[in-house]
Design a protein around this ligand. Structure first.
Ligand code: FBP
Length: 344
């Protein structure tokens, strides 16, 4: 492992004003997104949609440091035969790859899951590296349901262990691991419950990373923010989310980690941007703090595109606008008024 090179890539992923486009929806997830806009999830439609994003020059060159791809996409060519990976590289952005193989029920823990995909991961990473991937992503999913005693320590520990094993294998393959332990927003829990569970999950994750000898300087953390559950009666202000999330991360994430790139987890586009901006306005943070959004970057372009070739420019404009807003938020320079000023 060359740690200096891993560190350089990790720092580029969270360079000031830049963040990550999570375009790694698995087949099931992209079908759900396409269902919303009435588009059939065929291989060609998925390719056309993602090609539209990767050909958004301003967004890809100025605001997007890296793109997380799904296995299908990393091998695909654009309509003119150019590999999609090349489009990303030509824009100055870094290709990355989702390497987990989804979740399975965790034995003895009803309703909880373990993320799988460690078998043969070393071989898969070597192939992805050859294809241009310089970072990878693995998502662990932790649910909150206090009425059933969920999450269990079993689920947290087992998922943290798998994340750490994945991260060690990535670094051995000269690939920067994005470590994503997602505490879901589903449920009626309040923000403090989310805070406490996320603290538990992050503490366990960093312990397991230490046990697997993962170099923190060569990884990126992709956490959820401290937010109330979607069905909670107690809403939280932007400032409360920002203050609690920063406090939580400072208590759990060593400063050797170059950067933290949040998932959006079902927040609205503007909420995800406002929260990131408020955290960066607090300032004095030991790591880069940016976005690695899926839905919060793509909901608007998906709607504008709606599967029609004549809407490609509108889809790209919508994507560029969200990427620009989040770039500003990553510097603490966003304001709600800027949302109405569309692309020049
Ligand atoms: O298809 P999967 O593997 O369930 O992943 C869902 C998505 O979750 C993410 O980790 C975060 O996405 P969101 O920002 O929409 O929460 C994405 O990278 C990924 O595409």
């Amino acid at each position: 492992m060359n740690l200096a090179d891993l560190n350089q890539i990790a720092r580029a992923m969270v360079a000031p004003g830049k963040g990550i486009l999570a375009a790694d929806e698995s087949s099931g997830t992209i079908k759900k997104r396409f269902d919303v806009i009435g588009v059939e999830s065929t291989e060609t439609n998925r390719r056309d949609y993602r090609e539209m994003l990767f050909r958004s020059n301003e967004a890809m060159s100025d605001y997007v440091s890296g793109v997380i791809l799904y296995d299908e996409t990393i091998w695909q060519n654009a309509a003119d035969g150019t590999p999609l990976v090349k489009l990303i590289e030509q824009a100055g952005s870094i290709p990355g790859i989702k390497v987990d193989e989804g979740t399975q029920p965790l034995p003895n823990c009803p309703g909880e899951t373990i993320t799988v995909g460690l078998d043969k991961l070393a071989e898969r990473l070597a192939k992805y590296y050859k294809q241009g991937a310089r970072f990878a992503k693995w998502r662990a999913v932790i649910d909150i349901d206090t009425t059933r005693g969920v999450p269990t320590h079993t689920a947290i520990m087992t998922n943290a262990h798998a994340l750490a094993r994945y991260a060690a294998l990535c670094q051995q393959a000269q690939i920067v691991p994005i470590v994503e332990p997602e505490v879901l927003m589903d449920g009626a829990h309040d923000i403090d419950t989310c805070y406490n569970v996320t603290e538990w999950v992050l503490k366990e994750t960093f312990q397991q990373l230490y046990f697997q000898r993962v170099a923190l300087e060569g990884m990126i953390l992709k956490p959820n923010m401290a937010v109330p559950g979607k069905k909670s009666a107690n809403k939280a202000s932007v400032q409360e989310v920002a203050e609690k999330t920063v406090k939580l991360l400072k208590a759990c994430v060593p400063s050797a980690v170059p950067g933290i790139a949040f998932l959006s987890g079902g927040q609205s586009d503007e909420e995800a941007t406002a929260h990131l901006d408020a955290m960066n306005k607090i300032g004095g943070l030991p790591w880069g703090l940016t976005f690695s959004y899926g839905r919060a970057l793509q909901a608007a372009p998906q709607k504008a595109w709606s599967g029609k070739a004549e809407n490609v420019a509108a889809g790209q404009a919508a994507f560029t606008h969200r990427a620009r807003m989040n770039s500003l938020a990553a510097k603490g320079e966003w304001s709600a008024e800027l949302e109405t000023k569309k692309a020049a």
